[in-house]
Design a protein around this ligand. Structure first.
Ligand SMILES: C[S@@+](CC[C@H](N)C(=O)[O-])C[C@H]1O[C@@H](n2cnc3c(N)ncnc32)[C@H](O)[C@@H]1O
Length: 492
């Protein structure tokens, strides 16, 4: 995967040359630096609504409300200070501070869409880098980490993990902390700038404070709930061990774009709250299969809140979970540890409104044997494979195509349906049996070639293989067979 410059955040602009990328970065910075005026404007709107009240009503609410709005102005200022720190630090890291700042003045004011992104970036900070977010991370990151640690107990610096849709990088960083080598991928410049700040700037624990709910006016139990201060970071990656053996990088750009040249590169792909960001989820499944090494694992957690749903002019293929899972299996993955996990996402725990998702969790293994995975190329050659028995792969190893297993299965009447992973498991078992037989034949072989007679002799000599005796009988010469038949007729 070649790190590239970022695509537009959620706006699907085409990937453009460097000038356009700098322009885009500048637009994002402008939005981040416009937070104060945006916030003030919102608060002024609230004030003018209250001014429209009758004198009697104003008297009823004015004292508390005025005090609250003053505090909100202060909170907006504090949020702005944090956003300025991010812009100042990350602009340097991206090597474009001067250029970006020069561009800022030429830009039109940030749109509401971008300002919504600034607000959700503040909430994402809480989810990923504060102890307030620990509950959410525990609910869906912990099971991923446990699955990963169980599957890869040793030699972790050589285990390559890809984390697409990495957000602010916390999950990826948790893997790095545990010794794995990680590539994170993210296409939103809001996320990239802010993750750059957290992952690289040395920060004292809980030294920063923001007020992410300060512009909220609905579902509040009290004014204080809009003024909750959230301290962060709960840990500081920017201060972590420089002498690690494992590697960590962040690749900017669209997942499908930046991985298009990759094949069998990763031991593990972790998608956390990501697969529903696709226009077409099937292309994500196929890409994950392509970039995983044989024997690698895809660990997924998240809901199916399709990102492009109801977005005008956007393709959005919205499949239910059962279909997604069927396709994952159809593509040859063996699905394990599948279950639902309850979690909120960037929730305000003091709000009267909180969404609770039941996320789908699964670990899907790509089988070790290439024959068990159906790539588009495999599918094209399936027709040929159906006709054959066993085939030789390029390296000469015996392979039993899953399609062949399915064909055999079709000849057995009245059995239950065979799933893709059931067929893959059977195929694997057949290969193991063939290998076991070969080893036994090889031990007894007298010539420099194993022929039918060797295989047949070995099978007939083993009582536990008696079920195979009639399928691989002893070979007779024509004369010998005639003589046996003649003797039998004489005896009759
Ligand atoms: C719902 S957030 C999840 C973030 C993080 N994984 C978490 O658990 O909090 C989805 C993330 O995927 C990113 N994203 C969406 N589409 C993407 C794409 N095509 N390529 C890379 N990142 C993408 C978004 O910018 C966003 O940060």
């Amino acid at each position: 995967m070649n790190p590239s410059t970022s695509n537009d955040d959620d706006l699907n602009e085409e990937h453009k040359p460097t000038d356009a990328d700098s322009m885009h970065t500048a637009k994002i910075m402008k939005a981040m630096l416009s937070y104060r005026s945006f916030g003030r404007e919102k608060l002024c709107e609230v004030i003018s609504s209250f001014r429209s009240l009758s004198n009697e009503h104003i008297q009823l609410v004015a004292a508390q409300h005025t005090k609250h709005i003053r505090s909100c102005f202060d909170c907006v200022d504090e949020n702005q200070k944090f956003l300025e720190m991010v812009v100042a630090f990350s602009a340097n890291m991206f090597g474009g501070e001067d250029q970006a700042i020069q561009l800022l003045n030429e830009l039109a004011p940030a749109t509401n869409h971008f300002m919504d992104k600034v607000k959700s970036t503040l909430r994402q900070v809480i989810r990923e880098w504060s102890s307030t977010g620990a509950q959410e991370r525990e609910a869906t990151y912990r099971p991923i980490i446990e699955e990963l640690e169980r599957r890869f107990p040793t030699d972790r610096e050589n285990i390559q993990i890809l984390v697409p849709g990495a957000g602010l990088g916390r999950l990826a960083w948790e893997f790095v902390e545990r010794g794995f080598s990680v590539q994170a991928n993210e296409y939103s410049m809001f996320m990239l700038l802010t993750s750059c700040f957290f992952l690289n700037k040395p920060l004292e624990l809980n030294s920063l404070t923001i007020y992410p709910h300060t512009l909220e006016t609905s579902n509040l139990w009290s004014y204080e709930d809009a003024l909750q201060p959230i301290k962060f970071p709960d840990i500081s990656p920017g201060m972590s061990d420089e002498c690690r053996k494992n590697t960590f990088s962040m690749c900017a750009g669209d997942f499908l774009e930046v991985t298009k040249e990759d094949t069998e590169q990763f031991d593990c792909v972790v998608t956390a709250w990501f697969i529903d960001t696709a226009n077409n989820i099937i292309s994500y499944i196929e890409r994950i299969r392509e970039i995983l090494k044989p024997g690698g694992v895809w660990i997924n957690v998240g809901p199916l809140t399709y990102h492009y749903s109801e977005m005008e002019g956007e393709v959005s293929i919205e499949l239910p979970y059962a279909e997604v899972l069927r396709i994952v299996r159809e593509k040859g993955f063996i699905v394990e540890n599948e279950r639902g996990l309850e979690s909120s996402y960037s929730a305000n725990y003091k709000s009267m409104l909180r969404y609770l998702y039941t996320c789908a969790f699964f670990a899907a293994s790509k089988p070790k044997m290439p024959s068990e995975m159906k790539s588009p190329k495999d599918e094209a050659s399936d027709a040929t494979q159906q006709a054959g028995t066993s085939e030789s792969s390029e390296d000469g190893a015996l392979v039993v195509p899953v399609s062949r297993i399915k064909m055999i299965y079709d000849t057995v009447p009245d059995v239950l349906p065979l799933s893709a992973d059931g067929a893959a498991a059977l195929s694997m078992a057949v290969e193991c049996l063939a290998q076991d037989l070969l080893e036994k034949v090889y031990k007894r072989a007298k010539n420099d070639e194993i022929d039918y007679d060797d295989v047949s002799a070995m099978i007939r000599s083993e009582d536990e293989l008696s079920w195979l005796h009639e399928f691989v009988p002893k070979r007779l010469t024509y004369e010998k067979a005639c003589s046996i038949i003649q003797n039998k007729e004489n005896a009759d």
